[in-house]
Design a protein around this ligand. Structure first.
Ligand code: NAG
Ligand code: NAG
Ligand code: NAG
Ligand code: NAG
Length: 397
């Protein structure tokens, strides 16, 4: 009897996440879409167009500017990389002008620098940008092609398919990737195309077939967009939070820190909230010209350690104050935890007073550390009142 129970528990534990051994903590790296979109004009804009040059440049920066050591290892291609035609054998092929070396050579370049290469496909007739899509009959051949090229991750978008095709296609791709024998991280856009919520979306199933999934719309280069995403994820946290865990992550989309839309405070807010949400950390920015402020936020070691905590428990919003302050909490390994005090205010720094007891911490004495000031705060008893000063649209973490 006891043996049966143990067996069942073990069985349940292994079936919780996609069994490819990958992404036990949220994946980190760089993804082209938000910053570089579908710019294919390599004649007039050679530095910024979607070409092998762009991905080699980003691989160089990740390897040489301290990113790789912090965990930012994926260099991910998004839409508009392929030729408009499949080859004579029906395989996808890279655009010959923009990727003259082909994807396999680019994968070697990336691997030689200790990094991993991600690619983009779309379950449907066309990609969102109008390139060849992966219809149900092309799933196996596309998985094989990506594996032969040495690709390490696939983002499978969902433009130009309906719900029936998605229901069949996303699990079929899991099987096809597994059959290649190459471990390939699998990002599914499926829930984003079905409104992100049950009953249309089954998060138990997603956790079994995908390593990460886009729940909601694309991020844009603005604070409004970040706020809209944070609001949606917190509003539905009771559904989303339990879906996440090692090997299976909710994906609120790319980090836009270092682009044009966020102030320094808003950059810290995105980093803090993505860390507390156990979100994948894919930067979409120009690593060649990144300013030192954005770099410091993205390379903050404690924020990254919180994001990468091995327990893999997604954080939650505990409190939404009428004053415009939200408090988020995430349990971490080793009896630690992370708190984010986030101000939605737009007037002036707000002095928020609370105590750890009010945040449901158990009785005791606590060591605290301010993540962005990068220094310890005074040691506190659970009942001691303390004040954090939070800048407008900013955080204290
Ligand atoms: C394929 O699936 C099996 C069983 O779930 C797993 O043990 C194996 O590691 C998987 N292989 C790859 C390459 O994902
Ligand atoms: C989805 O598309 C397929 C093929 O185009 C079609 O046969 C099917 O009826 C469609 N299903 C729905 C629910 O629209
Ligand atoms: C969701 O998927 C899981 C795993 O495949 C399955 O056991 C469960 O019945 C599904 N739930 C619903 C409501 O369909
Ligand atoms: C603290 O716990 C109590 C009892 O479980 C609960 O009612 C309250 O909402 C919690 N407070 C916070 C800030 O989570």
């Amino acid at each position: 009897m006891r043996a049966t129970v143990v067996f069942l528990l073990t069985f349940l534990a292994v079936t919780l996440a996609l069994d490819n051994g990958l992404m036990r903590t949220p994946p980190m790296g760089w993804l082209a879409w938000e910053r570089f979109r579908c710019d294919i004009d390599c004649e007039d804009d050679p530095q910024n167009c979607i070409s092998e040059v762009l991905f080699r440049d980003m691989a160089d920066r990740l390897a040489e500017d301290g990113w790789r050591e912090l965990g930012y290892v994926y260099v991910n291609i998004d839409d508009c990389w392929s030729s408009k035609e499949r080859d004579a054998q029906g395989r996808l092929q890279a655009d010959p002008k923009r990727f003259p070396g082909g994807i396999a050579k680019l994968a070697r370049y990336v691997h030689d620098r200790g990094l991993k290469l991600g690619i983009y496909g779309d379950l449907g007739t066309y990609t969102c940008g109008g390139y060849p899509g992966t219809t149900l009959d092309k799933i196996e051949i596309d998985a094989q092609t990506f594996a032969e090229w040495g690709v390490d991750m696939l983002k499978l978008d969902g433009c130009y398919s309906n719900s029936t095709e998605q229901e069949q296609g996303y699990p079929l791709m899991t099987k096809a990737l597994n059959a290649t024998g190459r471990p390939i991280g699998y990002s599914c856009s499926w829930p984003a195309y079905q409104g992100g919520l049950p009953p249309k979306v089954n998060y138990t199933l997603l956790g079994e077939i995908c390593n990460l999934w886009r729940n909601y719309g694309d991020i844009q280069d603005s604070w409004d967009s970040v706020l809209d995403i944070v609001d949606w994820f917190t509003e539905h946290q009771d559904i989303l939070q339990p879906a996440a865990g090692p090997g299976r992550w909710n994906d609120p989309d790319m980090l836009i820190i270092g682009d044009y839309g966020l102030s320094m405070d808003q950059s810290r807010s995105q980093m803090a909230l993505w860390a507390i949400m156990a979100a994948p950390l894919f930067m979409s920015n120009d690593l060649r010209t990144l300013n030192s402020g954005a770099r410091a936020v993205l390379q903050n070691k404690v924020a990254i350690a919180i994001n990468q905590d091995p327990l893999g428990i997604q954080g939650r919003r505990l409190i939404k104050e009428k004053s415009g302050v939200d408090v988020f909490w995430r349990p971490l390994s080793g009896g630690s935890s992370a708190l984010v005090f986030f101000s939605r205010r737009t007037d002036m720094p707000y002095r928020y007073q609370t105590s750890l007891k009010a945040l449901n911490y158990t009785a005791g004495t606590y060591k605290m550390y301010d993540v962005f000031l990068e220094k310890p705060m005074p040691v506190l008893k659970d009942a001691t009142e303390f004040v954090v000063s939070i800048n407008p649209t900013g955080v204290v973490m």
